[in-house]
Design a protein around this ligand. Structure first.
Ligand SMILES: Nc1nc2c(c(=O)[nH]1)N[C@@H](CN(C=O)c1ccc(C(=O)N[C@@H](CCC(=O)O)C(=O)O)cc1)CN2
Length: 311
């Protein structure tokens, strides 16, 4: 969960398409994520607050990292008539009636009907990009892809038929700072999430801090194995019997960020590097789309360099 004391959720326009997901649809359905030092009374405090607001809790999941002095995480889904017009009052009431009693509490409300605005950054490979576009168009992902940024022009023709703007921002070692300045010009204030879909450039810590929203990357190995470039080549040399993919939040440390989702597929001595990449590509697409969906459904809370993922 992005650390914050309060973030005013964008109130979904009545015309907002219902986000994907089973029972979590509708403009009167909201989510509340909280994270704080574990102690007795937290579940009661949140449940009692929502009850007094005439909300009906339809799903609640919690996790404590340690029975003694751990950290408490909770994801609550609730139905509240007229919620679309009540966000500000709800937040103000929660801040004064609940959060004020637990000073270290980080919390945020979000509207299930509000689709997240996503920018995708790519290089030359299209499989993860196309998968996200297809799933977004089919409402399998609660996202609107507002732009694609490529450090190569190769995928401009790929996205054009879908009406998604493509911006070519070339990157070289010498022009990296200027390229990132252009990225920030395009992204800041315009998106809720950045996805690196096989974007093969290392982004700076300055970019990650200034872009102001989470960035998710799909790495084409089962981390922590084979960090960095060329993981399929490294896997072939190592003679692995599984290849995999890892979706993680991006940090300054390459491929070391909090893991959101992973999966693997069996391979054998008969597979070439090209075979590994082909088999791995299906895993990359599946893992990335799961991670994007879970993030956008507020199922993922960050805890140091790990995550809590509510099912
Ligand atoms: N700060 C971060 N940036 C990026 C991360 C990350 O975790 N933290 N993940 C990578 C994606 N990636 C593997 O998944 C990866 C991309 C690029 C490289 C790399 O060595 N790139 C070279 C140049 C490559 C080129 O010229 O095309 C480099 O940038 O020096 C390794 C791993 C995305 N960015």
């Amino acid at each position: 969960m992005t650390p914050s004391t309060t973030t005013a959720p964008a109130v979904p326009a009545s015309s907002a398409r219902a986000a994907s997901g089973s029972q979590e649809q509708g403009s009167d359905v909201g989510r509340l994520l909280i994270q704080c030092a574990d102690q007795p009374g937290l579940v009661a405090a949140v449940s009692d607050f929502l009850y007094r607001q005439n909300a009906n809790i339809t799903h609640l999941d919690q996790h404590s990292t340690d029975p003694q002095d751990g950290v408490f995480f909770q994801r609550t889904v609730f139905h509240l008539d007229g919620l679309a017009a009540r966000w500000e009052d709800l937040e103000a009431a929660f801040a004064s009636e609940v959060a004020a009693r637990f000073p270290d509490m980080r919390w945020r409300f979000s509207a299930t009907a509000k689709r997240r605005r996503v920018a995708i950054m790519v290089s030359k490979l299209d499989h993860c990009l196309l998968d996200l576009i297809w799933r977004s168009r089919r409402d399998e992902l609660p996202i609107d892809i507002v732009m694609v940024i490529g450090n190569h022009p190769d995928l401009a023709d790929t996205v054009r038929p879908f009406g998604v703007p493509f911006v070519h921002v070339p990157v070289t070692k010498e022009t990296k700072a200027e390229a990132e300045a252009r990225h920030l010009e395009l992204l800041r204030g315009n998106v809720d999430l950045v996805v690196l879909a096989r974007y093969m450039q290392i982004v700076s810590g300055d970019f990650l801090e200034r872009v102001g929203v989470p960035t998710i990357n799909i790495h084409h190995s089962f981390l922590p194995a084979f960090i960095g470039a060329g993981p399929y080549e490294k896997a072939r040399s190592r003679g692995v019997k599984l290849v995999g993919a890892t979706a993680h939040y991006v940090t300054e440390d390459l491929d070391e960020g909090p893991i959101i989702e992973q999966d693997v597929v069996r391979v054998s001595h008969q597979d070439s590097v090209e075979d590994l990449a082909r088999r791995g590509a299906d895993v990359e697409r599946t893992v990335l789309s799961r991670a994007v969906r879970w993030h956008c459904e507020d199922r993922v809370a960050r805890h140091g360099n790990t995550t809590v993922v509510f099912s």
